[in-house]
Design a protein around this ligand. Structure first.
Ligand code: ARG
Length: 264
């Protein structure tokens, strides 16, 4: 099924502050190559996969708006808007809220507790797999449970390099998930094993290549082309894989999935 996703062009993308271990103001992305990598991903979605890509208007001074997935979690017609932990990102929510209103969404709620949208939530069948510990709070998971009437599998993130759950875990299909176990605590690993029939494990090195920051339509996985061994694991599990260069965005701690908010 072709998907509909929301992206935000990298017009004002750079490293203006440091809020995760990947960000260093002295290591700036090159704007041409960031634009080229973003455009490649956009073309994969629209031309190769036939997905529909909606666009949000980028805002000067909000360089991380490019990571559209962080603005909310959308399920059907319901939107839970993010409450960002860092003040640098907090103004993003109002712009995305306006986008949803302009596009006919009527059921909008803003999280009362810290919550960073798709950065920390992944849909797995009728469950929500949700991370907490760095950006989103455990309390926000109660809000999700209530607002979406869905079961939430809470995972505690323990490695600051994987501060958002979507940097260390990706849903590949209705029964499979790939993840880097070291990013979450032991109890969370157990909860994940209980919830997911088929788990693919990635190594720390593979995770650092941002190949777990992926999108998938259940058959084709789109992710960073950096870690060949991880791409091979996806292929061995029967998926088609589209690897794409995305490392300009890793300078900000992001990748393919961060750039993509799933709408439908
Ligand atoms: N620089 C951004 C931040 O630290 C990167 C966000 C990446 N988003 C994600 N879903 N992992 O907030």
């Amino acid at each position: 099924m072709p998907k509909t996703v929301l992206m935000c062009p990298p017009t004002y993308f750079d490293i203006e502050y440091e809020i995760n271990p990947w960000m260093h103001q002295e290591d700036q992305p090159t704007s041409e190559s960031a634009s080229e990598q973003w455009r490649k991903l956009y073309n994969i979605y629209t031309q190769r996969l036939g997905w529909h890509v909606e666009l949000a208007e980028p805002v000067k001074g909000l360089p991380d708006m490019v990571f559209a997935t962080d603005c909310s979690l959308v399920i059907d017609d319901r939107v839970m808007l993010s409450s960002f932990l860092y003040k640098e990102r907090q103004p993003e929510t109002a712009y995305f809220e306006a986008w949803f209103k302009d596009h006919g969404y009527k059921n909008l709620a803003k999280a009362k507790n810290f919550f960073e949208g798709g950065g920390d939530t992944l849909l797995f069948g009728d469950k929500i797999i949700a991370g907490y510990g760095f950006r989103s709070s455990l309390e926000s998971h109660d809000e999700l449970r209530e607002y979406f009437s869905r079961e939430v599998v809470s995972l505690r993130i323990i490695d600051p390099n994987f501060y958002h759950l979507d940097t260390s875990l990706t849903v590949l299909s209705d029964n499979s998930v790939a993840y880097y176990p070291g990013a979450i605590d032991e109890d969370s690993q157990q909860r994940l094993r209980a919830a997911v029939p088929h788990l693919i494990e990635a190594t720390l090195d593979e995770a650092r290549g941002f190949g777990l920051n992926a999108t998938s339509d259940g058959k084709t996985i789109i992710c960073s082309d950096e870690s060949k061994t991880l791409l091979q694991k996806y292929k061995d599990a029967g998926f088609e894989v589209i690897g794409t260069p995305i490392l300009e965005f890793r300078k900000s701690g992001g990748g393919v999935k961060c750039l993509t908010l799933e709408l439908r």
